[in-house]
Design a protein around this ligand. Structure first.
Ligand SMILES: Cc1cc2nc3c(=O)[nH]c(=O)nc-3n(C[C@H](O)[C@H](O)[C@H](O)COP(=O)(O)OP(=O)(O)OC[C@H]3O[C@@H](n4cnc5c(N)ncnc54)[C@H](O)[C@@H]3O)c2cc1C
Ligand code: SF4
Length: 334
């Protein structure tokens, strides 16, 4: 049986109190929202904070609404609510779909969109019990000095494994990060770093409070596709988010494709606007985009399945997403 270590659980009533607690116990405190990732990680002794600060009671992290030309989602809203909310479904259907495909129903009922954006990276050699990791001499990300994937002591390439960030990047969304110093706004496209040990520009003393998704421009169509071992519950082995602005006669104005769950941060496929702008979204363009994504994605042995197979699945999922956009029908949400 995996037991939790002893810690103090704080339930602040306001964001100011929560930030004060993180400051008071700096280096030994972590926020907790739904706990669906943090609690298993604590059981595996990947994190052993002496204090955990609960975010779910904070009113400042609640609510879904439209303000100043954006859909605004409180970080403590659950994935189940995000997936079902009528505003999210009408203004950001691909986000509703991505939220509906995270894990399984129980985890979506507890897990939050803020926790999804702050999710730790994952790796076959890391998400294991302390006993398992010790037998291998640990690894660079936690307690060791070598990476079993890259075979060097320089870089952790654990996979960014959250489903909502690629969609949020494709939609041009931003997040608000609050700390004792104030609030800063960061585009989700700039939130993540290519460093599997801590893959975010968010500092440990910062709380992600809100997500802002710009209301869709005319002609914007979006899609989200996900590959996983068991559709009922598993983390992504690969996910693909697409946002395309389509004009008259089905001509592409702009095209963004974000591929994730491969390396430590989502990858925005380069050179698409130049390739796609002014062309009709037909089979030729879909094939060109799928091939471009394939050329730019290079999965590693950080997850349990064969990286060559994962790479071969990249164009398959890009095609599926673009076919869905070309068909122009409603976005399916589970
Ligand atoms: C079996 C299983 C399957 C899963 N499958 C998927 C999947 O398919 N896709 C997927 O994306 N995820 C998956 N998850 C992971 C997890 O359930 C979700 O990512 C969920 O959204 C995490 O949210 P949470 O509120 O539970 O986060 P928590 O566990 O509470 O926190 C996660 C991390 O974020 C930090 N944090 C949380 N909220 C904030 C905030 N507002 N500001 C600053 N820091 C914060 C915490 O300190 C912690 O480090 C799975 C988990 C399990 C156990
Ligand atoms: S990528 Fe390497 S360093 Fe990072 S968790 Fe996996 S084995 Fe450890």
């Amino acid at each position: 049986m995996l037991r939790l270590h002893p810690f103090r659980h704080h339930r602040p009533a306001t964001l100011a109190e929560a930030l004060a607690l993180l400051g008071e116990h700096a280096g030994d405190a972590m926020p907790i929202a739904g706990g669906t990732d943090l609690v298993p990680n604590m059981k595996h002794r990947l994190f052993t904070p002496g204090h955990i600060v609960s975010l779910k009671p904070l009113p400042e992290l609640r609510g879904i609404g439209v303000a100043d030309g954006a859909l605004v989602i409180g970080a403590a809203e659950t994935l189940a609510r995000v997936a079902k909310d009528p505003l999210v479904r009408s203004h950001a259907p691909a986000l509703a779909r991505a939220a509906s495909l995270v894990a399984g129903p129980q985890l979506r009922t507890m897990g939050t969109i803020g926790g999804n954006l702050c999710l730790d990276t994952r790796c076959t050699y890391y998400n294991q019990s302390e006993f398992w990791r010790q037998a291998l001499g640990f690894c660079l990300k936690k307690d060791g000095d070598v990476c079993h994937v890259t075979k060097t002591g320089r870089k952790c390439v654990a996979a960014h494994s959250a489903d909502t960030p690629p969609v949020l990047i494709a939609l041009g969304a931003s997040v608000e990060l609050a700390s004792a110093e104030g609030v800063r706004r960061v585009p989700v496209a700039d939130l993540f770093l290519a460093d599997g040990i801590w893959n975010s520009v968010r500092r440990p003393d910062e709380i992600l409070t809100r997500v802002r998704v710009p209301l869709p421009a005319p002609g914007l169509r979006t899609a989200f596709e996900k590959l996983r071992q068991r559709n009922a519950i598993d983390f992504p082995l690969l996910n693909v988010a697409v946002a395309a602005r389509i004009g008259e006669r089905e001509t592409v104005h702009s095209l963004v494709i974000v591929v994730s769950a491969l390396g430590s941060r989502p990858r925005v496929i380069g050179g698409l606007d130049r390739m796609a702008a002014g062309r009709p979204l037909d089979a030729d363009l879909i094939e060109d985009a799928a091939e471009r994504a394939f050329q730019q994605c290079h999965p590693l042995t950080n997850l349990i399945v064969d990286p060559d197979w994962r790479r071969a699945m990249v164009p398959v999922h890009v095609r599926r997403a673009l076919d869905r956009i070309a068909a122009g029908g409603p976005t399916p949400v589970r």
